[in-house]
Design a protein around this ligand. Structure first.
Ligand SMILES: [Zn+2]
Length: 321
């Protein structure tokens, strides 16, 4: 994956980098017709003005797993589903009717004693941006040739998530497996998820990395960093979901907790237009120099993917109402 990343980075560096002599402006990738982004559609939190954002603090520590954030945000913590009794899944067997008698000899089970839990949801996994989308990349790293590309990160993390979900028998839908010819693709992402037929309830998870405001080619100050999870304003289930994901990502990565976010004024398109509970995770800032150096690491990407999987398994177990 590292080689792949470098190859892609080098390719783009050759298109956009300082080393390319540019007698004429470098050709911009052509937008992809009807799926190109509309001007007023906000695709991730990089385009949301801070003064329109509502922040809900979330206690980002797992029970029994005291970490560096153990004392953070206690006073504002959201009560979460850990306190609730997990409801039995649809596959739970009813108690056998013994007719009032107590069997004296237990019958030997012929099937495994712990059957695999039945899938509860279809997870619509959205990898954020397309390769043809302009922007959404870091300034050049110190080697002068490579950059961080958000589409590549998002896609890599989603692929890691899908691989793990296969092992756990959790059902998912890869919303944008397309690779080469995809730009923003916003409406199509939402349409595909909304139209996907499923007997299971659907949940939408969009995986991103963040960018703070900066002059062209500049890194943002190191004070701007960390993880935030977005939900559609007034979506109670979205907020609960966001809390579960934020908690696991912070605990796994140790990144700064920027809590849960929503906005009414410039709502994020995929959260607003999907017809199912939806969240969008912003996993670190790729135009923060230190954080970008973390986000290219295989181990860090795996932790971020693992955290998403843990969150999914928690929701599979407890449900979301
Ligand atoms: Zn993004």
């Amino acid at each position: 994956m590292k080689n792949f990343f470098e190859a892609i980075s080098n390719f783009f560096a050759s298109l956009f980098g300082k080393r390319t002599p540019a007698p004429a402006p470098a050709p911009q990738p052509k937008p992809t017709s009807q799926y190109d982004r509309k001007r007023d559609e906000v695709e991730d939190s990089s385009d949301v003005p801070q003064d329109t954002v509502t922040t809900v603090k979330v206690k980002a520590v797992l029970p029994d797993a005291p970490g560096p954030f153990a004392d953070d945000d206690k006073e504002d913590a959201i009560d979460k589903a850990e306190d609730e009794e997990p409801t039995p899944g649809p596959g739970t067997d009813p108690k056998p009717d013994t007719g009032g008698t107590t069997p004296t000899t237990p019958t030997t089970p012929t099937t495994p004693t712990t059957p695999a839990p039945k899938p509860r949801y279809l997870w619509c996994l959205d990898n954020g941006h397309g390769k043809l989308q302009p922007g959404k990349r870091s300034p050049l790293f110190e080697d002068g040739t490579t950059r961080f590309f958000e589409y590549e990160f998002n896609r890599d993390v989603v692929e890691r998530i899908m691989k793990a979900l296969d092992k756990h028998g959790v059902k998912y839908f890869d919303v944008v497996p397309d690779f080469n010819d995809v730009g923003s693709f916003l409406e199509e992402r939402v349409d595909r998820a909304n139209k996907k037929k499923s007997d299971l309830d659907k949940i939408y998870v969009s995986v991103h990395s963040n960018a703070g405001p900066a002059a062209d080619g500049e890194w943002i100050p190191n004070t701007i960093k960390g993880v935030e999870t977005w939900y559609a304003q007034n979506s109670k289930r979205g907020q609960k979901l966001a809390a579960v994901f934020q908690k696991h990502i912070i605990t796994q990565t140790g990144f700064k907790n920027r809590n849960l976010k929503s906005t009414a004024e410039k709502p994020l398109y995929v959260l607003e237009k999907t017809t199912m509970p939806a969240i969008l995770t912003e996993n670190g800032f790729y135009n923060n120099k230190e954080e970008a150096a973390e986000l290219v690491k295989d181990a860090v990407r795996q932790k971020i993917a693992d955290a998403h999987v843990e969150a999914i398994l928690e929701v599979e177990k407890n449900g979301i109402v």
